[in-house]
Design a protein around this ligand. Structure first.
Ligand SMILES: *Cc1c(COP(=O)(O)O)cnc(C)c1O
Length: 396
């Protein structure tokens, strides 16, 4: 079995293709899928040594698996982290990280614009285990500082946010975390390491939903957490191996293939999204476009400083509220009406009646999710076809 060590000088595209390349004695060029639940020992003494941790090696695929490890090592190299653990889903990464690092009495400070299930996990599940969360504005570091108590152990942010593409200043929030002895966790799902490397900006851990851009074609559900070896291979691994939210080897292989084209795809997502955002911004039927790449975005300067591209998510308010938004969505013929994102195929969502429907109208208004808001995850089709599909329902 051969595994390549990443060269410290490699750029991100090379890391995505060449880091942790794996080859068995058969010398196959594409990584093998180790579809096995357990591994065989040469003797009773070897089995005992493996279980005692005296001899490195695989035991059981809930603990480690070679295909899963290749994905973990490659993603760690791309994020610039020492260690990575793959999980069954993005939410499994969030849950495993929080449960491994926190205990009853600890507190979290989190952005009030997180992925819906993450918000629900913090607000409705963790309190049952004695862990409370205060939610603050992602764009206001002072609010994070004000929320710190003697029990704060974890700060959690997602930038840019969904659906309004609000940015958080990762370096500023990392400083607040470290000032109170807490860890900063960044959900890097929207940017991926191709556009943003939170660890280099001071974050302690990065969370991924691999389901989105890391896969890139909407095939598998998976997740990962990346960071220092002490936390990731220590407490988080110990929790994961005992609780079981591990990634399947087949999914790891799909994500490993996804990483090979990540750098190229993210550049294309950014280019397409910028063109669509500019077209929308100039359209009289559109009230406002939310895209960090537009100069009128309130945090355009932060996006330039913190990210290496502006991403594939564009949100916009259609004039005429819900009826007009639904008309636009229903008039599309090519774009997929689905809540997933990070796919080669462009997807369209009406947040007020889907992802944010469970909020009260007042909560939705506070979150900036109006009835005319549409979220577009711009895919890799030809831009003129995406624009033509949007134009159908805009009367132009
Ligand atoms: C989808 C998503 C998640 C959850 O990931 P799953 O793989 O669906 O469990 C977490 N954070 C963000 C930003 C997401 O978009």
């Amino acid at each position: 079995m051969m595994e390549t060590e990443p060269d410290p000088d490699w750029g991100l595209a090379t890391l995505g293709i060449r880091a942790a390349e794996m080859r068995s004695d058969e010398q196959e060029h594409s990584a093998p899928i180790y579809a096995t639940s357990s591994f065989v020992f040469a003797s009773a003494a070897e089995a005992a040594a493996r279980f005692a941790g005296e001899q490195p090696g695989n035991i059981y695929s809930r603990f480690t698996n070679p295909t899963v490890r290749a994905f973990e090592r490659r993603l760690a190299a791309m994020e610039g982290g020492e260690a990575c653990l793959a999980t069954a889903s993005g939410m499994a990464a969030v849950m495993t990280t929080c449960m491994a690092l926190l205990q009853s009495g600890d507190e979290i400070i989190a952005s009030d614009a997180l992925f819906g299930s993450t918000t629900n996990f913090f607000a409705a599940q963790l309190p049952r285990f004695g862990i409370e969360t205060s939610f603050v504005s992602p764009t206001d570091p002072a609010a994070w500082r004000d929320a710190v108590t003697s029990r704060t152990r974890l700060l959690f942010v997602e930038t840019p946010s969904n659906p309004l593409t609000r940015l958080s200043d990762i370096a500023a929030i990392a400083e607040i975390a470290h000032g109170c002895g807490a860890a900063l966790v960044v959900d890097n799902c929207f940017c991926t390491p191709a556009l943003q490397r939170p660890l280099a900006l001071g974050a302690d851990l990065v969370i991924h939903s691999a389901t989105k851009y890391l896969d890139g074609q909407g095939r598998c559900v998976g997740g990962a957490v990346v960071g220092d070896a002490e936390r990731v291979h220590g407490r988080i691994f110990r929790f994961l191996r005992n609780t079981g939210a591990c990634m399947s080897p087949f999914n790891a292989w799909v994500f490993l293939k996804g990483l090979e084209t990540l750098s190229l795809r993210m550049r294309a997502h950014c280019d397409n999204a910028a063109q669509v955002a500019r077209w929308l911004a100039a359209h009289p039927g559109i009230e406002r476009v939310h895209y960090p790449g537009l100069e009128e975005h309130p945090q355009h300067a932060l996006a330039r400083a913190q990210q290496r591209g502006f991403g594939g998510i564009v949100s916009f308010d259609v004039r005429g509220g819900r009826d007009a938004a639904w008309r636009l969505i229903d008039a599309t013929r090519m774009i997929s009406i689905t809540a997933n994102l990070g796919d080669a195929r462009t997807t369209i969502t009406h947040p007020a009646t889907t992802t944010h429907a469970r909020l009260t109208p007042a909560q939705r208004a506070a979150a900036g999710v109006g009835d005319g808001l549409i979220r577009l995850a711009v895919g890799l089709e030809d831009t003129h076809d995406i624009i033509a599909d949007l134009a159908r329902g805009l009367g132009s």
